[in-house]
Design a protein around this ligand. Structure first.
Ligand SMILES: Nc1ncnc2c1ncn2[C@@H]1O[C@H](COP(=O)(O)OP(=O)(O)O)[C@@H](O)[C@H]1O
Ligand SMILES: [Mg+2]
Length: 242
């Protein structure tokens, strides 16, 4: 982690409260992901994991609390602020534009890049990471396999050379053998580029293999923070989550 550290940033939230309409979902979440670290965010269905990522990325309003990235702090972040600061977000369901080709999807992903040279450099970079996509350049995204759609969603985020990646269940819908492959790829990308990763996953055993630490979200709060090993040693947590 020497010459690549420039492409990385620490990200955190402090006492974050948010929800939908009158329904409060996040009840004061505080967490910190260090530069270059991969941290898993786990918890039951409905615990607020997706809500937390959406609030961090400015897609839903924050009622109180802050999001911070290196030295910057926002109490009302917008996706534009975060994108500009090098944060990329891949929503649950690995959404891509089904009617557009792989190339057009990547052009959309790279829409904030300065010019065509930066866009083609970005495309070359993601094709090196995902050679399978290169051969499908002109193919409609809707006709890709589940694994390829997941690659494309990730490629759309990586084309911007982010410093932080927020990933919401990247393995969702993938056949079991592809789950560890997809997560392994995320680990490789992080160790090669230094990108900081906060990854929500239901496949707890699998995600623990690539994560330095894990947060458990329960009732809209962080109920556990520790290493994978520490989670395994907590009998109650092990019974519930592993
Ligand atoms: N768009 C929405 N409008 C209203 N309530 C929502 C919306 N999205 C999620 N919720 C509710 O917020 C809570 C947390 O959901 P979510 O963050 O999606 O959980 P998780 O990702 O941990 O499964 C749930 O009770 C869910 O029903
Ligand atoms: Mg979710």
């Amino acid at each position: 982690m020497t010459d690549i550290a420039h492409n990385s940033a620490s990200l955190g939230v402090h006492s974050l409260v948010a929800g939908y309409g009158k329904k409060q979902v996040l009840n004061g979440v505080t967490l910190e992901v260090a530069s270059g670290e991969i941290v898993a965010l786990i918890g039951h269905n409905g615990a607020g994991k997706s809500t937390l990522l959406k609030a961090m990325f400015g897609l839903i309003p924050i009622w109180s609390g802050q999001v911070h990235l290196n030295g910057q702090t926002w109490s009302k972040p917008t996706p534009r602020d975060l994108l500009r600061s090098g944060v990329a977000y891949v929503p649950q369901g690995n959404r891509v534009f089904m009617d557009l080709t792989v190339q057009e999807n990547l052009e959309m992903g790279g829409v904030t890049l300065a010019d065509k040279t930066a866009l083609s450099a970005g495309m070359e970079r993601v094709f090196t990471l995902f050679p399978a996509l290169k051969g499908r350049f002109k193919q409609q995204a809707g006709t890709l396999s589940g694994g390829e759609k997941q690659m494309l969603a990730l490629a759309n985020a990586l084309i911007l050379s982010p410093r932080v990646l927020l990933l919401d269940e990247p393995s969702l819908g993938l056949a079991p053998p592809l789950v560890s492959e997809a997560l392994g790829q995320i680990q490789q990308i992080s160790s090669a580029s230094g990108v900081t990763v906060l990854v929500v996953e239901q496949k707890v055993r699998e995600v623990l293999k690539i994560s330095q630490r894990v947060f458990v979200l329960r009732n809209g709060q962080v109920s556990f923070t520790g290493s994978a090993e520490e989670l395994r040693n907590e009998t109650k947590l092990r019974e519930v989550y592993l």
